[in-house]
Design a protein around this ligand. Structure first.
Ligand SMILES: [Zn+2]
Length: 233
């Protein structure tokens, strides 16, 4: 894992698969997604790297139920006084009450279906409690008031997070950056709804866009997102 400074209070935890992000407030840390199962020690290394202890993690926000985002949530949830949050429709999967539905690739391009067929298997995500179920429009008490933006399509309960003051957007897998190109995320449950969510996210005034897969876009990310959303089919 590589740790990348995006802002004084924002680190990217660049995992091989499924990135996570660490946001710092005076009252503690917020982890956005958690990488695959077994990433706890690397997350702890990132936490220590900014002068904190793992017990300082106060919130874990999961953008959706996929195992490369929720894999280490159960581990981190045991570190201390942690509130685990996820989109309402994904919460039963995150809790392990419902098996994760596979993507529906019938209307996906051939390259995406091929990518899915050749995807190396990932360790399953251990179930984790969800203390707070999130919905579009909710405001969270970190990052100066972070807005939850519903982004259904990749999964039913996919959420994005928007920090209005630093104009930072965490897209989860609603959007990805593949080989320097900003594109619709892959392996969606409902591609047409995912496209609509992508277009909605692109309307937000964003300086830094952080994705679940691929490098962030730093500096007028809105322009890149709008162009990519307009080109997406
Ligand atoms: Zn995903």
């Amino acid at each position: 894992m590589e740790i990348i400074d995006l802002l004084p209070d924002l680190r990217m935890l660049r995992f091989e698969v499924g990135h996570a992000y660490l946001w710092r407030d005076p009252d503690g840390l917020t982890l956005i997604d958690t990488g695959v199962a077994g990433s706890g020690p690397e997350i702890e290394r990132a936490v220590r790297g900014i002068g904190h202890e793992r017990g300082d993690v106060r919130r874990v926000v999961l953008t959706h139920f996929h195992e490369d985002h929720t894999g280490s949530a159960a581990e981190v949830a045991g570190w201390g006084d942690v509130t685990v949050m996820a989109g309402r429709a994904d919460a039963p999967v995150v809790r392990g009450e419902v098996p994760p539905p596979p993507p529906v690739l019938t209307d996906a391009p051939a390259w995406e279906r091929e990518l899915y067929e050749n995807k190396p298997p990932l360790p399953p995500a251990p179930p984790v409690r969800v203390d707070r179920e999130l919905a579009d429009g909710d405001v969270l008490d970190f990052g100066g008031g972070t807005r939850v933006v519903g982004a259904p399509g990749h999964t039913e309960g996919s959420i994005a997070l928007y920090l209005p003051d630093p104009r930072v957007l965490f897209t989860g897998d609603a959007v990805a950056n593949v080989g320097g190109r900003t594109v619709l995320g892959v392996f969606n449950l409902d591609r047409s709804r995912a496209l609509a969510s992508f277009r909605r996210l692109a309307e937000l005034p964003t300086d830094i866009a952080c994705f679940g897969h691929g490098d962030p876009v730093v500096g007028d990310a809105s322009a890149a997102l709008r162009a990519a959303a307009a080109a997406a089919r």
